[in-house]
Write a protein that binds this ligand. Structure first.
Ligand code: B3K
Ligand code: ZN
Length: 867
């Protein structure tokens, strides 16, 4: 494995040259697309005489300055890029290149997705289209002329407004697009294809009419309606909550089948994975409906947080991503259930982000060192980044936070800026001191906060001492104390919150915890209290608090704060599962069963919340509680507890199931919550494996009028390994074999079956007509679901799971490195398992390391894993 050069945040230099206008002419052809790029270049640094342009996988045809072709000794091609003699203050640069979109399986730059041409330029894909200053702090106005065969590609799209179009000889046609807003190259987009078009419009609050256009594969128009409605909700919400209005006359969304991630926020022309757009009740689950709304919102919100104000360099990625995730979370929360949204976000943090902190890829939300930028679109940059924004929101309050946003846009609209600029705007607008808080941007790792408590009955005082400590991470040994907002409630013996008083004054329920150790004293505390700390997950930390299972059960069943109830439940469940792992208990306690029974019987509680309270912490979350916990024992213990709940509470579960089994399908909040609860009950009953459940699942599977119920029944049969699952899988396949997005659900069911010979089934599934290793959706649905969603089988002690994943990674390394680097994650987590498994995992990592053509994407992850 040869060392590859990383980039450092500290090495940032302002660009020596900039380009303020770019005219692109793209003549589309499967294997020989010709791109003519005409740039207006301006020298920023008088001492500079050579211009270095980024480039990758390009064939250079010609290069000219001010219309004069350069001679061979006036430029060099180095490392994919181009170095030019350019001792001029201002000039026009014309470069002609040729590219091969049909063979571009990396899905970066310009490529073919099915029958359409499309682009993906973030982070550094534009350099695969032409030689350019492919960095986010070079902002240019783009004019793009697209030319292609008219019959095959009736729609020719790019950013901004269409200013001209027409027919050409030989059945070709063209369109010219102009984007009035200067933008970095990563926001460039071009699409050419044959689609069905769903049209609508939105009147902005200032009365402008925006045309909304959604392009989907032919025959899928009705499946785009939910995405269109979501877009209109997002546009309205951003005006109301963030005071932000859309700025172009047209907003286009194109759904494509080959896409490395969910979607991309290109200016005025979003490109989406079809999975994140298409939905109808027959093919999409409630979760997918929700995800579509959230991603449509996310990409739309980027128009201000990302596009109007962008990142100075890629180390600042969280500037736009953390903030935009925070905004999309708030959007979902305002339109739906705040507690459900919060629990989803916290589950993500605990299952995946805490694990990332504990593994070889640990990095701060603003990384210091990057080899392949695509590897840093992580749960840390996105989700922990959003938590950091949320903490500022908690410290400032909504009103001051919005003043901060306003100042941020006043100062930086049209600029490429840093995370520090964002914090400075928040600080200056609010007057809240965020000096220490900035450390969240530079320090990686999950802080551990330890609480010690004392109740002084004679003084009526409750004393709380908190200490904080962040364990060393793979990237950073020394850690400093952070500014941690601690949302606290003191609950009396009935689980109700008491008023917080300190020194005779009422105090806010958010403590500013800024030192290694701090103590707070609360007065007027009439009796012993239970402290509910980090309510709503007020900071992304792990909490260590001595609290009895009885108190947890009390909060779970009676607490007045929904999040605190759920969280107490999770802690109680964790304690019980680990007690079974340790052999300290052979089964779940009566206390736990009673608490769950109470939750199940609670008529006032939102069914969606009850469903979440019935979900046990994931194996991934549990595995982090212990070092090298036995994989199988953990899996069995968790499953055993679930089965016991299903057996002991079968009447209650069945009653709830029946109660929530509604008539005709509806797609709105309450109906969704009731389906979630019904299906949570069915799942637990299936794990308990009762004969009656078999029939229940079978009937639901056969009679369901929507995908949520059908898939839930199939999943319950599969996870319970009920005999009927074989026929159900076959009938599902027969019904949906022509719809690849639905088949992804089938592939995932195959991959996640909890059985020893699952790999044999996966190998068969890979031969299915719909399986295509070049399509990232298929890869994630089958291979990814196995490695990350079937933990017990992936870690099979014969090493077969590791070997299988590595075989696929070797193939993907050559086809699509980005996709490979996404699904390698479970193989990197060897620290979580026992020595024998560690040895087996490292042997597979060594196999990858020995590859002669190892991509940068995998190199970075493999070398860190083996370091
Ligand atoms: N900004 C894109 C992600 C680009 C990923 C590049 N590897 C989608 C988003 O976060 O909105
Ligand atoms: Zn984003």
């Amino acid at each position: 494995m040869e060392a590859m050069q990383a980039k450092l945040r500290s090495d940032y230099r302002a660009p020596q040259y900039t380009i303020d206008q770019l005219h692109l002419d793209v003549k589309l052809d499967d294997h020989a697309t010709v791109v003519t790029a005409t740039s207006q270049v301006i020298r920023n640094d008088a001492d500079a005489s050579q211009l270095h342009l980024d480039g990758d996988h390009l064939t250079l045809r010609s290069v000219a300055i001010n219309g004069n072709a350069l001679a061979d000794d006036q430029y060099q091609q180095i490392g994919g890029g181009l170095l030019l003699e350019a001792d001029l203050d201002q000039f026009e640069l014309t470069i002609v290149t040729e590219i091969d979109p049909a063979n571009n399986t990396a899905l970066e730059g310009l490529y073919k997705s099915g029958g359409a041409f499309c682009t993906q330029c973030e982070a550094e894909g534009f350099r695969r289209i032409t030689y350019f200053l492919d960095r986010p702090d070079v902002l240019a106005k783009y004019t793009t002329r697209v030319e292609a065969d008219k019959a095959a590609y009736p729609y020719l799209l790019s950013n901004g407004n269409k200013i001209d179009s027409g027919d050409l000889a030989e059945g070709r046609h063209f369109a010219i697009w102009q984007d009035p807003f200067p933008k970095p190259s990563y926001l460039f987009a071009l699409v050419a294809g044959d689609f069905d078009l769903l049209e609508d419009n939105f009147i902005t609050r200032s009365g402008r009419n925006v045309a909304l256009q959604l392009f989907v594969d032919r025959g899928n128009l009705y499946r785009g309606e939910h995405a269109m409605a979501s877009l209109k909700r997002a546009m309205k919400w951003d005006e109301q909550r963030f005071n932000l209005e859309y700025d172009l006359d047209i907003y286009m969304v194109v759904a494509v089948d080959f896409f490395n991630m969910g979607a991309m926020e290109n200016k005025g022309l979003n490109v989406f994975n079809s999975k994140a757009v298409l939905a109808d009740p027959q093919t999409a689950t409630d979760d997918e409906y929700h995800r579509i709304e959230s991603i449509i919102g996310h990409e739309y919100f980027h128009n201000w947080t990302g596009n109007r104000v962008t990142c100075r360099d890629w180390f600042q990625l969280s500037l736009k991503e953390g903030l935009t995730v925070f905004r999309d979370q708030e959007f979902s929360s305002d339109l739906g259930s705040p507690v459900v949204e919060r629990i989803d976000a916290v589950n993500m943090m605990r299952s995946h982000q805490f694990a990332e902190d504990a593994g070889p890829m640990a990095h701060p939300i603003r990384p210091d060192k990057v080899l392949e930028m695509n590897n840093f679109y992580t749960v840390t940059v996105y989700d922990k980044g959003a938590e950091v924004i949320r903490m500022m929101h908690t410290l400032l309050g909504e009103q001051k936070f919005q003043l901060g946003m306003q100042l941020y846009f006043e100062r930086h609209d049209g600029q490429a800026v840093t995370c520090d600029d964002f914090v400075a705007a928040m600080e200056d607008a609010s007057g809240v001191d965020l000096k220490l808080f900035r450390r969240w941007y530079s320090q990686s790792g999950t802080p551990v906060v330890t609480a010690s408590e004392r109740y002084d009955a004679s003084a009526g005082q409750y004393h709380l001492t908190l200490t904080q400590h962040t364990p060393a991470t793979a990237d950073q040994a020394d850690k400093q104390p952070l500014h941690i907002p601690v949302a606290i409630e003191l609950l009396n013996a009935n689980g109700q919150a008491i008023t917080l008083v300190s020194d005779g004054q009422p105090v806010a329920n958010v403590l500013n915890f800024t030192e290694a150790e701090q103590t707070w004293v609360f007065d007027n505390v009439a009796g012993p209290v239970v402290a509910s700390l980090f309510e709503n997950f007020s900071a992304p930390v792990k909490l260590q608090q001595q609290i009895s299972n009885a108190d947890l059960a009390l909060i779970m069943a009676n607490g007045s704060n929904d999040f605190a109830c759920w969280d107490a439940g999770q802690r109680l469940l964790t304690n019980e599962i680990l007690a079974i792992v340790d052999g300290a208990q052979s089964r779940g306690s009566d206390l736990l069963l009673d608490a769950i029974r109470q939750v199940l019987l609670d008529e006032r509680r939102d069914p969606a919340l009850i469903a979440l309270m019935l979900a046990l912490p994931t194996e991934a979350t549990l595995a982090q509680q212990r070092s090298d916990v036995d994989v199988e024992l953990l899996h069995q213990s968790r499953r055993q507890l679930l089965a016991q709940i299903g057996q002991d509470l079968d009447d209650e579960l069945l009653a709830r199931y029946r109660d929530c089994h509604d008539g005709e399908y509806q797609q709105h909040g309450q109906a969704v919550g009731r389906r979630a609860l019904k299906n949570a009950c069915l799942f637990i009953l299936a794990i308990a494996g009762k004969a009656t459940t078999q029939e229940l699942c079978g009937r639901q599977f056969a009679e369901a009028d929507n995908m949520t119920d059908r898939l839930a029944a199939l999943n319950a049969m599969n996870q319970g390994q009920l005999p009927a699952v074989t026929d159900a899988l076959a009938s599902f396949e027969a019904q949906w074999r022509d719809n690849p997005l639905v088949m992804d659900k089938w592939f995932s069911q195959v991959a996640m079956a909890p059985k020893g010979d699952v790999l044999a089934d996966i190998q068969v599934a890979m031969q299915h007509l719909q399986f295509d290793i070049a399509n990232p959706n298929r890869v994630r649905a089958l291979i990814g679901a196995f490695a990350s969603g079937n933990r017990n089988q992936f870690h099979a002690i014969d090493g077969s799971g590791y070997r299988f994943l590595t075989d696929q990674l070797i193939e993907l390394n050559a086809i699509n490195p980005q996709c490979a680097a996404r699904i390698i994650t479970p193989l990197m987590a060897w620290k979580e398992v026992d020595e024998e498994r560690q040895r087996l995992m490292k042997a597979q990592l060594q196999r990858l390391a020995a590859l002669p053509n190892l991509s940068r994407d995998l190199y970075e992850k493999v070398s860190k894993s083996l370091a």
